[in-house]
Design a protein. Structure first.
Length: 746
């Protein structure tokens, strides 16, 4: 009896001449199931059918030769088989993940204050507050003609943007999301379109769901266009006949692919939904809402195993790859299997530079169908950018990223990615809307900054200052006092939660490092009072950033802390973390917390199971645990039991507490990530794999009990290995952070 091996087949998307190969990989694990046999589809980069058949035969040789499956046999395989086949088979077997920050750093180094006169400044703020608009003013790009970086009242900046103001040529490096991440998000979009079909929603809504990911991070309509199905709205004027673009043929073909994709998804829906509905109606479940939830989840499970569904995703991936062929300028670097990793450009021509960058960062509707914006995870540029009213190029590196969110639900915890970026910069410019200051997002950012010891980096920039109006606000000074009055209750509340030194640090920053900006969405009028005032305020902002230097040397006396107090801090952090998640999982009811929809919980489990990330939209368990530990331990740091010498002044105490908190924050990110993510991988896979009746409840129980309860066990009078290990790890991180400055944990 012979062993059964996987075999490869060829495919070619309708309308495309290039052949692709499809096979199940005997050594690669499907991250969603934890089992080997991952479905792989990869372009062979050839139009010749005979050549493609030869490559398929080579792959079948590999698939039937177990002695060649290990990475160490790669050189042996290269002797007998085509390089393209070998590259496809051994791709990802190396196990190393691409560090995109390192890729950008190798192309264009990000200057630091330690080795130069440069300062790094990170802009953070609520979506729509104007942080990218402020960035435009600092780098002097024209808001009407150049439109770089892109702005909108909605979520616009979803990738990391790094701009270095420097003399010389204009340079850029762009890095792209991995192929696997893009494909997974496409699957989620296609699944959402299937549910829209089943619910009988209009074709325009089905197409919108296919092209726009639910959390708006991956807007594939930027890349593929809005599709052939047009929504009819009372708000739209009669369509105007536009000039045919140079990419009309490409978009026409893409529209055909999208129409075929939607038709195929309708067939998939019809094929699975009727039988599944009959199965569910035969159950004893009486609650129609439960039946609907079960139906939608089981439908999602079944369609993902359907080859027709996979072929839809294949076709859309092919269309996306075609967009990279439109890049005539610059140098594109690809993986061994042909997926773009990075793109670089250097030129003296500013207009050409910004025009070319638009393909990677624009949200300009007339360019939809040709943009690469959703595929980009980072852009770094360097060049002689400067404010329009000065001739001097500031020694500045500016970092911009995704907005913080509008609501308390979307902004209770900042992401681990943002926390790491705060760590690497000298200044954090918190951009807030002066007409509605100090709402959930900026307050959460302030709490993160102060509890991580980064309050000395904080600068407040209040935008829309020209719109602060009222009969009781006749002068700019009155408007300033009105805005600052909003901060009083917020600072007092933070002090109650995080201790007096938290309030003290934030109050000092608000008093000394703040600017008020008017009408920054247009070119500033140097002849108007508001324009002159805003120019002076931006100049003040740049002076504040430039003036941020290394922390003063702390006093000689060092604090000592009681380990018993640490136990209480860890107990409260773990309890708060777990109690906040149980109602979100639907396991308990608690005022102030809403049950998350099952699709969001499943999407979170998919990301943790597959390694795509440690969060889904506002669901951030790693960041939540890190935040709770960080904030409770920051309170602990303010309450030492003794000092090694004379008790320092409050200023010196602040410096010491911040130094310990900053070091501790770095350690807590690693600790939380390891305990919630790395050490619980199999449990996340089990949670994602749950299906059938009551699967959403079982998934929630598994996440709460097998993941969160074990990741953050509450210290108790009854010891256990899990509780002991967690407490010891937090204590060790705290001890090391304290000893970093000479303090002690007794």
């Amino acid at each position: 009896m012979t062993d059964a091996f996987y075999t490869a087949s060829l495919s070619r998307t309708q309308g495309r001449s290039t052949w692709a190969i499809i096979f199940r990989h005997p050594k690669r694990t499907d991250p969603t199931t934890g089992k080997t046999g991952l479905r792989v589809r990869q372009s062979l980069k050839t139009d010749d059918e005979q050549e493609a058949a030869k490559l398929r035969d080579d792959m079948n040789v590999l698939l039937s030769s177990p002695h060649l499956w290990d990475l160490g046999a790669r050189d042996q395989a290269l002797v007998a088989l085509d390089t393209r086949v070998v590259d496809i088979f051994y791709y990802k077997l190396e196990g190393s993940e691409t560090n995109f920050l390192d890729l950008r750093e190798a192309a264009i180094a990000l200057p630091s204050a330690q080795s130069s006169e440069y300062r790094r400044a990170l802009l953070v703020g609520t979506t729509g507050a104007g942080k990218t608009t402020l960035l435009r003013q600092i780098i002097g790009t024209d808001p009407a003609r150049e439109r770089f970086p892109s702005t909108s009242t909605a979520k616009t900046t979803v990738h990391e943007t790094e701009i270095i103001l420097s003399e010389g040529a204009y340079r850029a490096v762009v890095t792209f999301f991995p192929m696997e991440d893009v494909r997974e998000h496409l699957k989620e979009c296609a699944s959402a379109a299937v549910l829209a079909v089943y619910r009988g929603e209009p074709e325009s809504e089905q197409m919108r769901r296919l092209l726009t990911h639910v959390n708006q991070r991956f807007r594939f309509n930027y890349v593929l266009g809005n599709g052939p199905v047009k929504e009819v709205s009372d708000f739209d004027d009669e369509p105007e006949a536009g000039e045919p673009s140079e990419n009309s043929d490409l978009l026409r073909h893409t529209d055909e692919v999208l129409a075929q994709a939607l038709a195929a998804l309708k067939d998939v829906t019809l094929r699975h939904s009727d039988g599944l509905r009959q199965e569910l109606n035969a159950t004893d479940e009486k609650d129609q809402r439960v039946i609907d939830e079960l139906f939608e989840e089981e439908l999602d499970n079944r369609i993902r195993d359907d080859e027709a569904f996979q072929q839809v995703v294949d076709a859309l991936m092919d269309e996306i790859e075609e967009r990279f062929a439109l890049l005539a300028e610059g140098k594109l670097q690809k993986t061994k299997v042909g997926w773009p990793v990075s793109w670089m450009l250097e030129t003296e021509d500013r207009d050409a530079f910004i025009r070319t960058l638009a393909r990677f960062s624009s949200n300009y509707a007339p360019l939809f169908g040709t943009l690469l914006t959703p595929l980009v995870n980072g852009v770094r540029v360097a060049g002689p950018f400067k404010p329009t009213w000065t001739n001097d190029v500031p020694k500045l590196a500016l970092l911009d990223g995704e907005g913080l969110g509008h609501t308390p639900r979307s902004m209770s915890t900042i992401s681990t990615t943002l926390a790491k970026r705060i760590e690497m910069v000298d200044a954090v410019i918190l951009v807030d809307n002066a007409t509605q200051p100090m709402l959930a997002a900026p307050v959460a950012a302030m709490k993160e900054l102060v509890s991580s010891g980064s309050a000395p980096k904080l600068i407040f920039a209040f935008t829309h200052f020209d719109q602060v109006e009222g009969d009781n606000l006749p002068t700019p000074a009155a408007r300033v006092h009105h805005v600052l009055a909003s901060a009083e209750n917020v600072l007092a509340s933070i002090g109650e939660d995080l201790g007096p030194f938290a309030e003290r640090a934030l109050r000092a920053r608000l008093t000394s490092t703040r600017v008020f900006l008017s009408s920054i969405d247009a070119k500033l009028d140097e002849t108007s009072a508001d324009g002159q005032r805003t120019i002076k305020q931006i100049d003040k902002l740049l002076e504040i950033v430039d003036g941020i230097v290394s922390r003063p040397k702390p006093a000689d006396s060092r604090p000592a802390y009681d380990r018993m107090n640490l136990v209480l801090a860890v107990e409260r952090a773990a309890e708060t973390f777990r109690n906040a998640w149980r109602p979100r999982l639907g396991l308990t009811v608690k005022q102030g917390f809403e049950k998350e929809h099952w699709t969001r919980i499943k999407a979170l489990s998919r990301r943790l199971a597959t390694g795509i990330g440690d969060e889904y939209d506002s669901l951030r368990p790693v960041a939540d645990l890190k935040q709770q530990l960080q904030q409770r331990l920051y309170v602990l740091l303010q309450n030492p039991i003794s000092w090694s010498g004379p008790e320092p002044s409050d200023d010196d105490k602040q410096h010491l507490y911040d130094a310990i908190a900053e070091e501790l924050s770095r350690k807590l990110i690693e600790l939380a990530s390891r305990r919630v993510r790395t050490e619980r991988l199999s449990e996340w896979r089990s949670a994602f794999d749950e299906s059938g009746p009551r699967s959403t409840f079982r998934r929630a129980e598994l996440i709460a009990g097998q993941i969160y309860d074990r990741a953050a066990p509450i210290p108790d009078v009854t010891p256990s290995p899990d509780r002991n290990a967690f407490l010891q790890e937090v204590a060790e991180a705290t001890r090391e952070a304290a000893e970093f400055i000479g303090a002690k944990l007794l």
